[in-house]
Write a protein that binds this ligand. Structure first.
Ligand code: FRU
Length: 537
């Protein structure tokens, strides 16, 4: 970020300029992390899509390379869209991606590295058999709804499997394909899974998670010690949902657990701006890592003016919660090496109607971790039975609406006098037989520029505030606020474009706008150093 580019990031992945969207083909090869992503080499709006490519030793600092995959044959001449990498048993990576053909049909293509001894894998050779999968009169696949192949997994029958996002009318589909040699792919009789009235499923992701502990497991693992996750990105709403369930490898059917659904009341990785995400298994550190695209909330006009659009979220480690009912996410530990200027506030009472400035860190580029201890629940308001939509609840009861127990939390990217601020906070309600915690990210005052989408986001947080501290960590990076509640049980990412609270004029506060006092059990804050982000040496 600089005076004329106050919204550029200090440590979130982005190229020097132009439009980006989905993360593609993340993987680790010979100890080096690779990230490809949808990129327009010609401007700050979507179009002319190629696979841009960067590599990193630590998932924090990135070296750019030339685009790895770009239109060059009939099967991708109108665009190289999203896809995934698979590490074959001999250690060779393979990329499957969606190409747009001369008739604008969506087809699936294969590319392999030209030179396996180049750790950067800079050049990729496309298969002469492309396209490997395509819509035909026989298979009745909709040619404009057939995209985003996943990483492939191996079944006990030694056959490869993958899914591709699709739809029939309003029914979302994960079309299953199988192959013996990775080149000839045959569509299975039934999709791996489908759901009514969800619309097009973009960027599906399917993988196992261990039922015990935080370690990840590789894609082909199945059995009693794992559950499976199916994530879909809904084109209609630009929201992602995931279900937890089980995968019958013999029938090749995935069945979500009871109550686990792909819409409205379903589970989300992130309740803010986060889309077209994809995981990979990091064999170097035995963890599953999630990459997601944080799209803009600014106008196209402003994007063109600033010359770029879109960033990638900080990669998150992801695992199954102890309850087995949801996933938990946490920023990769490596990001902590950018921390400097450690500021620690010892425990302190935060009276109702008060705020405390946290000074001493660069508030526009910071990592803040706070935990609250709540002892007196008397003033908690009763949760009405109709209050089932957390986003709506957060919009109706924003940070400026005084409550009983809460709102309390952080005011980030705040201008002096608080004319501009983004409020990330909790409210605690009295539920049926337990206390209910609501987490909100309120963007309504984030900018004096009215051209931005300032929608407020919200999520319910599965934390018992009677027995646990309520923690909140926010990664603040100029125009990004990535927040993790309850140790990563609910995540909310926001894009904001303050006009006053930029660079050194940004402030950070802890606030309590409820009538009841709460205790700050601990607050740790750091300035974040700049990462090396795709600058040529
Ligand atoms: C998701 C998506 C994918 C597609 C790509 C095109 O954001 O629409 O379905 O492959 O972006 O850039």
């Amino acid at each position: 970020a600089s005076a004329n580019q106050p919204y550029r990031t200090g440590y979130h992945f982005q190229p020097p300029k132009n439009w980006i969207n989905d993360p593609n083909g993340p993987m680790v090869y010979k100890g080096l992390y690779h990230l490809f992503y949808q990129y327009n080499p010609k401007g700050a709006v979507w179009g002319n899509i190629v696979w841009a490519h960067s590599t990193s030793k630590d998932l924090v600092n990135w070296t750019p390379h030339d685009p790895a995959i770009y239109p060059s044959q009939p099967s991708d001449i109108n665009g190289c869209w999203s896809g995934s990498a698979t590490i074959l048993p001999d250690g060779k990576p393979a990329i499957l991606y969606t190409g747009i053909d001369p008739q604008d049909k969506q087809v699936q293509n294969l590319a392999m590295p030209k030179n396996l001894s180049d750790p950067y894998l800079r050049e990729w050779i496309k298969s002469s058999k492309n396209p490997l999968m395509q819509p035909t009169a026989q298979n009745q696949i909709n040619a404009s709804s057939f995209r985003d192949p996943t990483t492939a997994w191996l079944g006990p029958d030694k056959k490869w499997r993958l899914i591709i996002g699709s739809k029939i009318h309003r029914q979302g589909l994960a079309i299953l394909y199988k192959s013996e040699d990775f080149v000839h792919w045959i569509q299975a009789q039934s999709p791996l899974h489908s759901a009514k009235d969800t619309g097009m499923w973009e960027c599906p992701d399917f993988f196992p998670v261990s039922v015990r502990g935080q370690n990840g497991v590789d894609i082909s693992v199945n059995g009693p010690f794992v559950k499976h996750v199916l994530k879909v990105s809904l084109d209609d709403t630009k929201h992602e949902y995931y279900t937890l369930g089980s995968y019958d490898i013999v029938k090749d059917i995935y069945t979500p657990d009871k109550g686990s659904v792909e819409s409205d009341s379903g589970l989300r990785y992130d309740y803010g701006k986060f889309y077209a995400s994809k995981t990979f298994f990091d064999t170097a550190k035995h963890r599953r890592i999630l990459w997601g695209w944080i799209n803009e909330s600014s106008s196209v006009h402003d994007d063109v003016k600033k010359g770029w659009a879109g960033v990638q979220a900080i990669p998150r480690k992801l695992w199954l919660s102890k309850s087995g009912k949801q996933l938990v996410q946490w920023p990769i530990v490596e990001i902590q090496k950018l921390r400097s200027n450690h500021l620690r506030l010892p425990s302190k009472l935060l009276k109702g109607g008060s705020e405390i400035e946290v000074s001493g860190v660069t508030a526009a580029q910071a990592d803040v971790d706070i935990s609250f201890k709540v002892t007196d629940f008397e003033k908690a308001e009763v949760l009405k039975p109709s209050w089932t939509n957390p986003q709506l609840l957060c919009s109706q009861q924003g940070a400026s609406v005084k409550g009983g127990l809460g709102p309390f939390g952080l005011l980030v990217l705040a201008s002096e006098g608080l004319k501009e601020n983004t409020a990330v906070f909790f409210r605690i309600f009295k539920g049926q037989n337990k206390y209910v915690v609501l987490m909100c990210s309120d963007q309504s005052r984030s900018s004096l520029n009215e051209d931005n989408d300032k929608t407020t986001y919200g999520a319910f947080l599965d934390v018992d505030p009677e027995h646990q501290y309520l923690s909140l960590r926010s990664l603040i990076d100029h125009s990004i606020v990535e927040s993790f509640g309850g140790g990563g049980k609910a995540c909310i990412t926001a894009r904001v474009y303050p006009t006053l609270a930029i660079n050194n004029a940004a402030h950070l506060y802890v606030f309590n706008n409820g009538s009841e006092a709460v205790e700050i059990a601990e607050l740790n804050a750091w300035s974040m150093k700049k990462a090396k982000l795709n600058l040529k040496d």
